[in-house]
Design a protein around this ligand. Structure first.
Ligand SMILES: [Zn+2]
Length: 417
């Protein structure tokens, strides 16, 4: 890390946000930006110029690292950047209207019946559930896996709500007992509740989530008392999941950008800054992936579906090596439309290579158009498709064989249907 980035990390993160006249990240805290400049101006950055792209007295356009990150081998914008009306626009308000005219395919129904393996409790009443089923029929979804995360009565109520009227249209996962994991007998208590939920109809466990604070998400606990998936207190639970044939849907870490500073090099738009973990008292991304690997290693007889492409969809080669190493690692594609859409060719190859271990998922409510945009992304070769994170997507144009496995075939096997 350069001196300047070190400085930004220390002085700006967690205070007023980053102020850059011209890019407008954050909300105009000139004072902190000025002091940032004075402490961080030792490198190549000179005094404030007339370009408008200034943080304190840092002129980013004169910074070699900034130039490299922004323009790569082009070496620059090719025009001189002059001040103008856009200098005072906030980055979060920028919504470029594309003038590209290219094929736009509307796919109202999926090419094969779909099992959506990553949803949550998007209906709380019989009417809402019935409405959901109508949407499923319209867009071509055969079954929906609801990761309830629930145990006890809360789980039983969901069984009545969903499986009562629609036993073939929904698959329910339960949660695991999370109360008081430090009390003696926790493991036995958790296994007993798992058995009970299984007998009531649970066909998997999840979504279990560890973004660095442990699966109880108790941020007040000191690091050494947090319950991470590789903790021995959970051994009996994962072991039992394997014995019962219950896959575990598990969220390790988060998008890696969450562990990078909220500075000019931040990959994600300001819409995602509240997900940022940088400098929080949480485990680092790499540590969480190590926890994933240890969990997989310890429980070879249990299927773990690492959701959101295991939060490694940005580096499919590395993820492929982990897939090769652990045959019990499965993936879901939920909420990573943007990773697949920005790397359509390598993603299509990856989905083909590991098609017997990747299931389709959405994780974004139950709006009809949300499902249909997924069909367009996966089934067509459309270009420059509007995305939801500020990036444009390109259709993956998957073959029937891969599409059928992703949509349905692999999920049928995983759930022994
Ligand atoms: Zn989810």
């Amino acid at each position: 890390m350069t001196k300047r980035r070190e400085f930004i990390k220390k002085s700006i993160i967690g205070t007023t946000g980053l102020t850059i006249a011209g890019l407008g990240l954050g909300s105009g805290a000139a004072g902190s930006a000025r002091s940032a400049g004075s402490a961080g101006s030792s490198g190549s950055a000179g005094s404030a110029g007339s370009t408008g792209l200034v943080q304190g007295d840092i002129v980013w356009q004169e910074d070699p690292e900034w130039m490299k990150v922004k323009f790569g081998d082009w070496g620059g914008p090719g025009v001189s950047s002059r001040p103008g009306p856009m200098d005072n626009m906030r980055l979060k308000d920028w919504a470029p209207r594309s003038l590209v005219v290219t094929k736009e395919t509307f796919v109202d129904k999926a090419r094969f019946p779909v099992i959506d393996c990553h949803l949550h409790i998007y209906g709380r009443t019989p009417e809402q559930v019935a409405e959901w089923v109508r949407t499923k029929d319209e867009v071509g979804i055969e079954k929906s896996v609801i990761l309830t995360g629930a145990t006890g009565e809360a789980f039983d109520d969901l069984v009545d709500l969903y499986l009562g009227p629609y036993p073939d249209r929904f698959i329910l996962y339960c949660g695991i007992e999370r109360d008081d994991p430090e009390a003696p007998g926790y493991s036995a208590r958790a296994v007993a509740e798992l058995d009970r939920c299984h007998s009531r109809g649970a066909r998997g466990v999840g979504e279990i989530s560890d973004k660095g604070f442990g699966i109880t998400r108790d941020t007040s606990l000191p690091r050494d008392r947090r319950l991470h998936p590789d903790d021995e207190r959970l051994d009996a639970v994962w072991q039992r999941c394997g014995e019962l044939g219950l896959p575990v849907n598990i969220h390790f870490a988060d998008h890696p950008s969450c562990w990078t500073p909220l500075d000019v090099f931040q990959e994600r738009t300001p819409d995602y800054q509240h997900f940022n973990m940088y400098e929080l008292d949480a485990l680092h991304y790499d540590e969480l992936l190590q926890i994933r690997d240890r969990t997989l290693e310890k429980h070879p007889g249990t299927i773990f579906i690492a959701c959101h492409l295991s939060n490694q969809g940005n580096d499919l080669e590395a993820l492929g090596r982990v897939m090769d190493r652990y045959p019990n690692l499965y993936l879901d594609t939920s909420a990573r439309d943007y990773e697949m859409g920005r790397t359509p060719r390598s993603s299509a190859r990856f989905l083909e290579k590991y098609m017997d271990r990747i299931v389709f998922g959405t994780d974004m409510g139950r709006r009809k158009s949300m499902f249909q945009i997924h069909w367009r992304l996966l089934e067509t070769d459309d270009e420059y498709i509007p995305g939801r994170v500020g990036w444009r997507y390109y259709g993956l144009n998957l073959s029937d064989r891969v599409l059928e496995a992703l949509y349905r075939g692999t999920a049928l096997k995983v759930h022994k249907i």
